[in-house]
Design a protein around this ligand. Structure first.
Ligand SMILES: *Cc1c(COP(=O)(O)O)cnc(C)c1O
Length: 394
């Protein structure tokens, strides 16, 4: 049923799971079975126990592998389960280089957990290839990217990092949550492991927690599969089905949200009460050219900086359409406050160092009418006290 010449938009619908071969069902059957009967004592079937393999989860794993251009996809109970399992490829004494404004949960596993297992790390500005090169050690085994990064939307030159990694015999991991394969396919740039919080754009409806990992190299795929089975943080079948359903509309959702994000980014960047807007779709964003080269769009998440905490509080209390919450990538717009939400796990001095200030807000643009969104933000910003840009804390 699958054909690699079809466009991404079409592939979202016409995959291996399009029609169930047994029944003709056009929605993937949810196989609620933890174990599978073996018909022959000499030769066991494809499935034996659901942690090791389940047809519903497998449908999602095949779909994401095809969409990312990989050979193997693996589904986990959350994005953090996928990321943590990938880190199990490392051993005591290994070192990992990590992008400095990494997702807060990833920061936590690296600094609180991996350290206890003797796995070292260094945070670097991944947009600075010279800095990355200078921090590579003989025991560096993984370079971990997140691009665009969270929450400052900094763009990493994927090929630049991949070349450095290959020259130094280490693997590259890339958290592709913000863009999804619709907009960025890191395996095509030579990345080894693509990671996702499928909780976000891939499923898209704020109704499921899920994680995915995709690789192109078959041997690496086998190693990661063994770890998935060993660690056991697999995705349940109901949730696998929800992600599969969400995937079908990924193209239309992201296209619409991205269009609105660009309009909102322009609106905010021209607004006198907004100090700064971070969005790789703005031509003055430092990563604009790199983003255009390596991705098919800037995505639907942007961040912006207000003068201080009081300004943030006033805006949040007055804006009506977005939910004020953690998470992103949903049908509804989500406004979040990184300092107290996604990056609360990061000590204040580490946050400040990374530019995640008390005035920073992140907006994931949903499917509301963009003029309504602009009107809503305009009215809420109107309530903010007047601050001259020079006076605001930069
Ligand atoms: C949400 C998120 C994660 C963690 O995923 P969960 O599904 O919440 O475990 C990892 N990386 C990024 C960029 C995220 O936004």
């Amino acid at each position: 049923m699958s054909n690699h010449d079809w466009s991404f938009q079409t592939k979202l619908l016409h995959n291996e799971a399009k029609v169930d071969t047994g029944t003709g069902a056009v929605s993937v059957p949810i196989h609620h079975s933890s174990t599978f009967h073996q018909f022959n004592v000499d030769e066991f079937g494809k499935y034996d126990y659901a942690r090791s393999g389940n047809p519903t989860r497998e449908a999602l794993e095949q779909a994401i592998a095809e969409l990312e251009g990989g050979t193997r996809g693996l589904a986990f109970s959350s994005g953090m389960a996928a990321i943590s399992t990938a880190f199990l490829l490392l051993s005591q004494g290994d070192h990992v280089l990590v992008t400095e404004d990494v997702y807060g949960g990833t920061f936590r596993i690296i600094t609180d957990v991996l350290t206890r297992f003797g796995i070292e790390h260094t945070f670097v500005d991944m947009t600075d290839l010279h800095q990355v090169a200078s921090e590579i050690r003989p025991n560096t085994k993984v370079i971990y990217m997140e691009t665009p990064s969270n929450p400052l939307l900094k763009v990493t030159d994927i090929r630049g990092i991949v070349n450095l990694a290959k020259a130094n015999n280490c693997l590259t991991f890339l958290d592709n949550t913000f863009l999804t394969p619709e907009l960025q396919r890191p395996l095509e740039h030579g990345v080894d492991v693509v990671l996702h919080s499928a909780t976000k754009f891939l499923s898209g409806h704020s109704d499921v927690l899920a994680g995915l990992a995709v690789v192109k190299d078959e041997e690496l795929g086998n190693r990661l599969y063994k770890l998935q089975n060993a660690f056991g943080a697999v995705l349940g079948v109901q949730d696998a089905w929800l992600v599969l359903r969400g995937l079908k509309t990924l193209h239309v959702r992201l296209k619409q949200s991205q269009e609105s994000a660009l309009k909102l980014a322009h609106f905010l960047s021209e607004h006198p009460k907004v100090d700064e807007v971070y969005y790789p779709g703005l031509s003055f964003h430092p990563g604009y050219d790199t983003q255009r080269y390596q991705a098919d769009g800037p995505g639907a998440v942007l961040s912006f900086k207000l003068a201080n905490y009081d300004a943030v509080k006033t805006l949040v209390e007055n804006v009506k359409l977005p939910v004020f919450a953690v998470s992103l990538g949903a049908v509804e717009s989500i406004l979040s406050y990184p300092a107290k939400m996604s990056h609360a796990a990061m000590p204040p001095e580490e946050r400040e160092k990374r530019g995640i200030s008390d005035g920073l807000l992140r907006l994931s643009v949903g499917l509301e009418n963009v003029d309504d969104l602009i009107k809503d933000f305009d009215e809420a910003l109107e309530k903010l006290p007047h601050v001259k840009k020079e006076e605001s804390v930069r």
